[in-house]
Design a protein. Structure first.
Length: 476
């Protein structure tokens, strides 16, 4: 017997959009059929008339239960509230970071994340391996085993982000180009992919000192430190390293037109280079830093100019940017606004719940993005690039029944009461045009009519393996 049928909506599938019925048995989609063609012996029918039916969102980049830089002992929100908010917002799979640093090797980092997440997440999850500082040779040698265990993606930083002199010994983020070479050689040979936060650290550190000398250390000047040039220089250097080693490459949080142009040029040469941006980057520019609570808008790298904001939309609509992420790093308002200078302003924000809805309104309603492309940037492309596909990211027979019904008739100013995590939101007052109304995770209705039906044991770890076509050319 079919357990659940979703009937009457506009269903977005890998082969197009149509008024189809979706049949679910257990955790899997078993059929997508024209209306009236499914068996009548059905456990439950959900009427999706007037709704847009899309795959569950995939968050490619979130920092969950993670140390807050510059705030000793502080950590971001844990899996329970983050995964609950994600499901309310139409995201069914989260990807965060297992942190390797110092004496902690890759198996140790994975074990820590397993302890943190198993039995504590309402939605499905997986982990990138984050490598910080000087990576020991024996740790680089652990990359093939990590890939075999289903952890196929590895993140490094080319900058310390904050002023180096303010960072405690052993807590530096910057991975030198030699260590990046070693990492890329391993990912290229073993089916892995590098995630890179790419900014030129020499320029970043110079700009911190320059603005300090000029007595312009107010936080609203942070975009002069993390500027367009640092993205341009670092992207091109990292792309060259990827070209030398043959490694596939994913740039996190593209924030400037220069980064977008570097990715487009690499892809035009058929290099397997991908990139994401953030829904706050395409919605705000650096002028908001001047507001009384301007620090709430900040994520590293900084917001840029209006020209950059418009360019990022062009990258989403016309190619160059593959996915929409959040860089979610959730803390309370007091901590978020405790830093008021370029030296201590805090990054990250509550974006997990708003990503799918804000992107629908801004991309589909306001800019005419097709529904297929909307699914690509919020789910399918991340699934392909990171190795979830086709288990995740598709409404198709055999895929997990991760499904979201978006109600395009929801049109109002967003309030804090509409959201389900945190005591502030940069999206408060934002005009929304369409919003997730129902979320299904592997066949279980998790959110419906504003009610939550999840359990902290519902979330499962998802092992990932990246398809060869993703690693060999720009396939999405």
């Amino acid at each position: 017997m079919i357990d659940l049928v979703i009937r009457g909506g506009q269903v977005v599938t890998p082969w197009g959009v149509g008024p189809w019925d979706v049949a679910i048995e257990g955790e899997k989609i078993v059929a997508v059929a024209e209306s009236g063609n499914l068996p009548t012996d059905v456990g439950r029918v959900i009427d999706a008339t007037g709704k847009v039916v899309v795959p569950g969102g995939i968050e490619p980049h979130a920092h969950v239960s993670s140390p807050v830089p510059g705030r000793p002992g502080a950590v971001t929100s844990p899996p329970e509230p983050v995964s609950r908010a994600a499901l309310f917002g139409g995201t069914t799979t989260l990807t965060d970071f297992a942190i390797q640093q110092g004496s902690v090797d890759i198996p140790g980092a994975i074990a820590e994340r397993t302890f943190e997440w198993k039995g504590h997440s309402y939605c499905d999850y997986s982990h990138h391996i984050m490598m910080l500082g000087e990576i020991p040779p024996n740790v680089i040698a652990q990359v093939p085993e990590a890939i075999q265990s289903g952890h196929a993606t590895f993140k490094i930083f080319t900058t310390n982000i904050r002023p180096t002199e303010l960072i405690a010994d052993g807590q530096h983020r910057l991975v030198g180009m030699g260590h990046l070479l070693g990492m890329m050689e391993q990912t290229a040979s073993n089916g892995g992919l590098m995630f890179v936060h790419a900014e030129d650290d020499d320029i970043v550190q110079y700009m911190y000192k320059k603005l300090t000398r000029e007595k312009r250390t107010e936080s609203y000047n942070i975009h002069e430190v993390h500027n367009n040039e640092v993205e341009d220089m670092a992207f091109r250097r990292v792309i060259r390293m990827a070209e030398i080693t043959g490694s596939a490459l994913y740039f996190v949080h593209i924030s400037a037109k220069e980064g977008l142009n570097a990715v487009r040029e690499a892809r035009s040469r058929d290099l397997p280079v991908y990139g994401e941006t953030l829904h706050n980057y395409v919605s705000f520019n650096a002028e908001v830093y001047k507001k009384p609570d301007g620090p709430i808008y900040h994520t590293y790298p900084s917001l840029k100019s209006e020209e950059d904001r418009v360019a990022l939309w062009d990258g989403l609509l016309n190619g160059g940017i593959s996915s929409m992420a959040t860089d979610g790093s959730c803390t309370d308002f007091a901590m978020k606004t405790s830093g008021r200078t370029i030296h201590d302003v805090s990054g990250g924000h509550h974006g997990i719940e708003t990503r799918m809805g804000i992107t629908y309104g801004e991309a589909v309603f306001n800019r005419g993005m097709s529904l297929e492309q909307y699914v690509d940037i919020t789910s399918a492309n991340a699934a392909r690039i990171m190795g979830y596909y086709p288990r995740k990211g598709a409404i198709a027979p055999g895929s997990d029944a991760d499904i979201v019904l978006i109600d395009p008739t929801i049109k109002r100013a967003l309030t804090l009461n509409d959201l389900h995590m945190g005591d502030y939101s940069i999206w408060e007052g934002w005009s929304i045009n369409g919003w997730p109304a129902t979320t299904i995770l592997r066949g279980k209705v998790m959110v419906e009519n504003g009610q939550f039906f999840g359990d902290v044991n519902d979330g499962k770890f998802i092992s990932r393996k990246i398809a060869p076509e993703i690693l060999n050319r720009p396939a999405c």
